[in-house]
Design a protein around this ligand. Sequence first.
Ligand SMILES: Cc1cc2ncn([C@H]3O[C@H](COP(=O)(O)O)[C@@H](O)[C@H]3O)c2cc1C
Ligand SMILES: O=C(O)c1cccnc1
Length: 350
Amino acid sequence: MTLNEAVKKIRPLDEKAIEGAKKRWDSIAKPLHSLGELENMLIQIAGITGTPDVRVEKKAVVAMCADNGVVEEGVTQTGQEVTAIVAENFLNGATTCCVMCRQCGAELFPVDVGMVVDTKVRTDLKVAYGTKNMTKEPAMTREQAIKGIEAGIAMAQELKEKGYQVLATGEMGIGNTTTSSAVASVLLGKPVEDMTGRGAGLSGEGLLRKINAIKKAIALNNPDRSDAIDVLAKVGGYDIAGMTGVYIGGAALGMPVVMDGFISCVAALVAVKICPQISDYIIASHVSKEPAAHMILKELDKEAVIHAGMCLGEGTGAVTLFPLIDLSCAVYNSMSTFGDINVEQYEELK
Ligand SMILES: Cc1cc2ncn([C@H]3O[C@H](COP(=O)(O)O)[C@@H](O)[C@H]3O)c2cc1C
Ligand SMILES: O=C(O)c1cccnc1
């Protein structure tokens, strides 16, 4: 499916299914709306999937792996080689996100969308061997950015065919908090200083270099704020593009997509700028510790239920939401209703 085809397929949520899910929650023998956002999450999933019969048994994380040319500017604490090491560790079950997935019964699918080396991770959706250094030239061409997005759409399609019912976005790409801050700064029209944090543990001196590199890249490439693909191509990366595609593909195929942290939220912002309706298909998980994370969530008009000071990436925050979705489903699907029990006891609650 091309980007244009996917965008054309996106429909408003199913109002009948939403009403059905609300009715189901209100019939359950507990105080009304007392599970707060956990109730809203399932109502949203009902609207996305078009049925109040909410089942979220098969869950997948797509981890978009790519390298970012801007790493040459000394904007990260670790070297570029770490991208490939962690990417291969996804296959060995040896990353943080793998451990979390195992614990809660989710599957992780790493994809090489643009790493500088080939590894055992699948390369069939690879667009290029890393982006260019955006402080010297555009990170990607527009065509490459669209190919990156279409890699994400292809993954959503593949996982839908394999029977997955909910997707989460994850990534691995040293330097991708630099590109995320650049994209966010342009799309939100906010100062680079306010949008930039320490990523995976950058020193104070490094943070200054990072801010300066982002400023230089934006000044040189002059991305068009009203054209999210232009912004993504000039100062983004393949990892962000791939995740943008997962949101677009998920929305086109009627699948909920759970956002992870800062990088993941920036990719969602790009998707929503391409097609605002996609927002209805996105579920927020946590508020990353990166300083601009809450601003992106605000721009997306999303409420994240987990405030745990996490800033790991890979999809870890999104996977942390999975057990909460399971708990919510368990209550929704198996609790007794006011109709099943002695109604008089509960009369006051209704
Ligand atoms: C060993 C290691 C494992 C990781 N897993 C996720 N990230 C996280 O850190 C990177 C972004 O931070 P920055 O922009 O500062 O490079 C991304 O790959 C993100 O997923 C990691 C980073 C490291 C070092
Ligand atoms: O919020 C995130 O996803 C994040 C923040 C810092 C480093 N890696 C990921």
